[in-house]
Design a protein around this ligand. Structure first.
Ligand SMILES: N[C@@H](CCC(=O)N[C@@H](CS)C(=O)NCC(=O)O)C(=O)O
Length: 300
């Protein structure tokens, strides 16, 4: 054991390891305090499972989506609109709002579909047994396979696309769970986590910028589910649609990411999917639920 780690452990267990900003003293055993002051303090909890009985509504279409227009939710509504635009009528869907601020992700039916209690969740009622799919990138992959579109078919192209899809899923913890949380939602600015997550978010932007300097889309010449997943987070970040951090992170300097993000935001299906289950932002961009194409047409 190094001198550094033994000193740190000693300090931890004698309760003297403090955050220099908050004077936080590390307790011996962490305990849940519902009053931590963060933006989601009222819903965050260290326990899984449902908190109340609640049936989920079911509409008439083969695909039922339970979601909210966060970057993870937007991935799926954009994908469904892209599939419909490509002529896949089987991708017709009902999109129901799950208000996570009110704890609706802890309702009994929802938890049955997704034991992890997070939006988005898809229920495919056209499958033999009704098939629930959770995790936004798993939903993209499921839909791409079901309809045979927006994902390369050859083995090398397929695995490259999966690599970027998994990359996005893991990057979201740094950008959303890390940077976004400490920059936008924490009760007060804290230098250490903001530095750590701003640095990692910028490094990931640089990864994308170098990639997109040499290619039109994430996986080459064709738009795929990897673009949909990454645009929903990093595309929206550089376009100023999430976290209002374009100046703070100097996102204009990633010129290739900006070119790509702008190009994708102009796709009609992206514009359509982006408004679905949206209950924040400008009123004219909000469509609480979607049950028919005309619901979106009425807003456009
Ligand atoms: N890895 C998951 C993350 C889903 C996720 O974090 N969803 C958030 C909204 S973006 C949520 O439902 N939060 C509610 C909660 O944490 O209780 C995915 O990509 O689907």
């Amino acid at each position: 054991m190094s001198l550094y780690s033994s000193v740190t452990i000693l300090q931890k267990y004698s309760g003297v390891l403090m955050d220099k900003n908050s004077q936080y003293t590390l307790p011996r055993v962490w305990e849940w305090s519902a009053e931590n002051g963060g933006k989601f303090a009222n819903i965050n909890r260290p326990i899984a499972g449902s908190t109340h009985d609640k049936e989920l509504p079911i509409g008439e279409h083969p695909l039922q989506l339970y979601s909210l227009a966060t970057p993870n939710g937007v991935k799926v509504t954009v994908m469904l609109e892209e599939l419909l635009a490509l002529g896949h009528h089987g991708a017709e869907y009902d999109a129901w709002l799950v208000n996570i601020g009110e704890g609706e992700q802890f309702g009994s039916d929802f938890v049955q579909l997704n034991p992890n209690s997070k939006i988005p969740v898809l229920l495919d009622r056209s499958a033999k047994a009704n098939t629930p799919v959770f995790e936004s990138c798993a939903i993209l992959h499921y839909l791409a396979r079901k309809f045979g579109d927006l994902m390369p078919e050859d083995a090398a192209g397929h695995s490259e696309c999966l690599s970027w899809l998994f990359w996005q899923e893991s990057s979201a913890s740094f950008l959303g769970g890390g940077f976004g949380h400490f920059y936008s939602y924490a009760p007060e600015p804290m230098e250490y986590p903001i530095n750590r997550y701003a640095m990692e978010s910028k490094r990931q932007l640089d990864v994308l910028d170098r990639l997109l300097a040499a290619r039109n889309y994430i996986c080459g010449d064709h738009y795929t589910i990897a673009d949909i997943a990454i645009w929903s987070w990093y595309g929206q970040l550089v376009l100023g649609k999430v976290y209002e951090a374009t100046e703070f992170l100097n996102t204009d300097s990633y010129t290739h990411v900006n070119r790509w993000a702008q190009q994708i935001s102009e796709r009609p299906a992206v514009k359509r999917g982006w408004v679905v289950n949206r209950v924040f932002g400008a009123e004219e961009t909000q469509l609480k639920e979607r049950h028919a194409a005309t619901d979106i047409d009425a807003l456009m």
